[in-house]
Ligand binder design. Structure first.
Ligand code: HAM
Length: 416
């Protein structure tokens, strides 16, 4: 028998209710903030990601699912931002619209070593705002992330923010780190030795205790930021304060993707263990230009759906609609039953049958397994009298209802 690939998951009906609850709440909140849904292909030209995410990023180095044919090389998307920007430019949205606000839900793919909260196929729930450099956009986006978590009834998370500054500031930060860390490099872990050569910024969020201590000794502040970027960061913090959104400034927060400039943020949750980021995002003011578009600034974030579900661990699936279960006895009743089911469904009553012509006892067992609220029994006698037996599975009471009054009777009894 075939098995699923490591790092992928089957999401079975007992779990999909919780997914739908989060998805529905997310759509409601995104609508409140006037964000519209976009759906982009899960497969893209590999060049899009090579250009966007940074050659030194782990994703480009070793995590892409690559598909090659004779003439082209594609990749399964490892994240949504690059695809959304591609769609924005390809569909000329930069020319027709001012500020655009998108949200998206869907699978992403990274060739990772699977562990709790780290999958090879996982799902993003994210958003991107393209066309404004205003710090108020940063405030809206971070407050939207906070509003989503509240709508999912998730508590116990912390929002950490930092500013990486503009391209010049990032270079200055890189220079400061190279200068400060070079004399002590031998004390750093093997990964950081490589990071020092490839992208020294990544040393800042190394999880190794010794590396963390050495980095802390650098006593990093925001002294690499130019006055514009400092002003931007202050306005973002003032805006968050005015909305009473709790956050911590973490000068060691950098992101694994190279496109970020200025504001970056990460939301951590203690229920997640080693992979503690439930979501993350930031500004990427150069990416649109980098991909051939105009000089448009942008900001966004993505939550990992699987990690949202782990963070909302006490949450339960929404209640299902009450089910009506039809049992038919004999061929004539089966034929009539098909019409009854159709009529009830058209009237908005959730109902089912097993189509297997089982005995009454076997069919009742099925109805019980399906947690039916009411059972309808239609045999030869009932057909002749143009009635149907209606059994209330809670009280155990049974009565005959004229077939032409059945829909009205059930609608009257059911909650919906
Ligand atoms: P990211 O931090 O790579 O950012 O991913 C966002 C979130 O996706 C993470 O915080 C985590 O919850 C989840 N995630 C990432 N990798 C995995 C994995 N292998 N298994 C399970 N969950 C995972 C981005 O992708 C950016 N595109 C976010 C963004 C949008 N920035 C601006 N706009």
């Amino acid at each position: 028998m075939f098995k699923k690939i490591p790092g992928t998951k089957d999401i079975l009906p007992e779990e999909t209710g919780r997914w739908q609850k989060i998805e529905e709440a997310a759509r409601r909140i995104f609508r409140l903030y006037n964000y519209s849904e976009v759906r982009t292909p899960i497969i893209e030209d590999i060049g899009l990601f090579n250009r966007s995410l940074g050659q030194s990023s782990e994703i480009i180095q070793k995590q892409m699912f690559v598909i090659k044919n004779a003439s082209d090389t594609y990749a399964l998307r490892p994240e949504g931002t690059a695809s959304v920007v591609r769609a924005y430019l390809e569909n000329n949205l930069d020319k027709n619209q001012g500020l655009v606000k998108f949200y998206y839900l869907g699978p992403m793919f990274r060739l990772e070593r699977p562990q709790k909260g780290r999958l090879r196929q996982f799902h993003h729930l994210g958003c991107e705002v393209i066309g404004s450099a205003s710090p108020m956009v940063d405030v809206e986006v971070i407050s939207l992330a906070d509003a989503l978590l509240k709508a999912f009834s998730i508590t116990g998370y912390s929002i950490q923010i930092n500013s990486l500054g503009c391209t010049k500031d990032k270079k200055e930060l890189t220079r400061l780190l190279e200068k400060g860390l070079k004399p002590k490099l031998s004390r750093f872990c093997a990964d950081c030795q490589v990071r020092f050569k490839r992208n020294v910024l990544r040393i800042l969020d190394c999880k190794n205790e010794t590396c963390k201590e050495e980095v802390a000794k650098l006593n990093l502040k925001d002294n690499y930021l130019c006055s514009d970027c400092k002003g931007h960061a202050q306005k973002v913090m003032q805006g968050l304060d005015s909305l009473k959104i709790k956050y911590e400034v973490n000068p060691y927060l950098v992101r694994g993707l190279d496109y970020y400039t200025r504001t970056v943020f990460e939301i951590k949750h203690s229920a997640l263990g080693a992979q503690d980021a439930v979501g993350a995002g930031g500004r990427y003011d150069n990416l649109i230009k980098e991909l051939g578009g105009p000089d448009a600034a942008a900001m966004g974030f993505a939550f990992g759906m699987e990690r949202l579900l782990l963070s909302a661990a006490g949450d339960t699936a929404p209640e299902k609609e009450e089910l009506v279960y039809l049992i038919t006895l004999g061929e004539a009743a089966e034929k009539e039953g098909l019409k009854i089911l159709n009529g009830l469904r058209q009237a908005g009553v959730s109902c089912d049958t097993d189509y297997e012509g089982k005995s009454l006892k076997g069919a009742m067992r099925r109805a019980n397994d399906a947690c039916a609220r009411y059972v309808l029994i239609l045999g030869e006698d009932e057909l002749k009298k143009k009635v149907i037996a209606l059994k209330d599975m809670q009280s155990g009471q049974q009565q005959e209802v004229p077939l032409d009054k059945l829909t009205a009777e059930l609608k009257n009894r059911l909650r919906y």
